[in-house]
Design a binder for this molecule. Structure first.
Ligand SMILES: Cc1ncc(C[n+]2csc(CCOP(=O)(O)OP(=O)(O)O)c2C)c(N)n1
Ligand SMILES: [Mg+2]
Length: 372
């Protein structure tokens, strides 16, 4: 525990204090590999976006330990209601980069059939990774609703709701935390305080002394944790998950971290993030922090990083190639998955759209038939 009441585990020299969550070497190495796979995903997506192959992506650099440490505390049977900056949670639980890339391209194999924005993943296997909501904070109440349903059905699962510092200013944050505490629902609220909501700094987001302290008003425990310390995040989220599973109700965790890249590929953070601040946080890089710990345990050396980074890049690059080669969704999917029996007026509109596409010559194979 630091002087500011922030939970940390990894010491500057790579040693650890008494809050060690005691993970197996295998689990530690899986976490490390996942963080490097997230970095590779970021790199590949930035290149694809700059080359005009995909429209948009969200960089995760700097917040990987928060994502992966939190994900590592969950079982596959649990539910994640993620923010758009949670690639590490998906990869940690075995969601395939190819499936994530299908969403980045919005192609026919995308689980949302191209109807969502890129980065708006949704998966039911191997973990329930709920569809990402663009409007900030709206998924917090969805997560609480899911947790309430789990509670009523007497299932043993826990829900993780992940959102940013900006998300705490949403109505969803208030109503979600309020009802979860009243009902004692099995949900863990993870506020990833990366200190910015696009260009809005935390100083303009809240007058509270921290985000974790807001838990007190709702009647639940609030914990502030070093978000660049994977073991500390795992420890805090692990304790909250255990409490929730035993019927002890929700917890709010504030993971204090820093977004080292832009908000998205459409953002230029050099216009508002002071250079010195970025340099300060580069020295706290969560991957390097974890490497110091692994090195002290004799589980890591620089050659290991090179090897894993190269393998990760090759894996993600190959995934992008598969997604790029996958055709677009057929035009008929605009009209599918809404009605069991498609009404006449929608059929007429569909027919007109198919005829137009055919006349213009841009209807792909399989286009132009209702999925009836
Ligand atoms: C209701 C709503 N208002 C504004 C936006 C535009 N917007 C998209 S991301 C974002 C910043 C959110 O910041 P934060 O919650 O801290 O998450 P971070 O991006 O830092 O991970 C905003 C304002 C939105 N998507 N929804
Ligand atoms: Mg933020």
């Amino acid at each position: 525990m630091s002087a500011q009441g922030m939970l940390s585990v990894i010491e500057p020299d790579g040693g650890i204090n008494g809050h060690d969550p005691k993970m197996s070497n295998e689990a530690l190495l899986h976490c490390y590999r996942t963080m490097l796979r997230v970095r590779a995903f970021d790199d590949v997506c930035l290149k694809l976006q700059r080359a005009g192959r995909i429209g948009f992506s969200i960089p995760n650099k700097g917040v990987e330990a928060t994502q992966v440490g939190a994900a590592s505390a969950l079982e596959k049977t649990d539910w994640i209601f993620p923010s758009y900056r949670d690639f590490g949670m998906a990869l940690y639980h075995g969601i395939s980069p190819v499936d994530m890339m299908h969403n980045m391209y919005g192609n026919a194999a995308d689980s949302a059939k191209g109807r969502q924005m890129p980065v708006h993943f949704s998966f039911t296997e191997p973990i329930k990774f709920f569809s990402i909501s663009s409007p900030i904070g709206t998924h917090i109440i969805q997560a609480v609703g899911a947790a309430y349903a789990i509670q009523r059905r007497k299932e043993p699962h826990v829900v993780l709701a992940s959102f940013g510092d900006g998300g705490t200013s949403s109505l969803g944050f208030h109503s979600g935390l309020n009802f979860a505490a009243v009902w004692k629902s099995p949900v863990v609220f993870l506020c990833q305080n990366n200190q910015w909501a696009i260009s809005c700094p935390s100083s303009q987001q809240t007058a509270s002394e921290s985000y974790a302290i807001k838990a007190k008003a709702y009647g639940m425990p609030g914990v502030k944790v070093d978000g660049n310390d994977l073991l500390a995040v795992r420890r805090a989220v692990g304790e909250a998950v255990e409490r929730a599973r035993k019927g002890g109700g929700p917890t709010l965790i504030e993971a204090f971290t820093f977004r080292m890249g832009g908000h998205s590929t459409s953002d230029d953070p050099t216009r508002y993030v002071p250079k010195e601040l970025l340099l300060e946080w580069e020295r706290k890089d969560p991957v390097a922090n974890f490497e110091r710990f692994l090195a002290k345990k004799k589980l890591w050396d620089p050659a290991a990083r090179e090897k894993i980074a190269a393998e990760s890049f090759a894996e993600i690059d190959a995934a992008a190639k598969v997604a790029e080669a996958t055709p677009r969704p057929g035009i008929e999917t605009i009209f599918s998955d809404v009605y069991r029996d498609v009404p006449q007026h929608i059929r007429r509109q569909g027919q007109a759209a198919f005829d137009l596409a055919r006349r213009k010559g841009d209807a792909a194979a399989g286009d132009g038939a209702f999925p009836l």
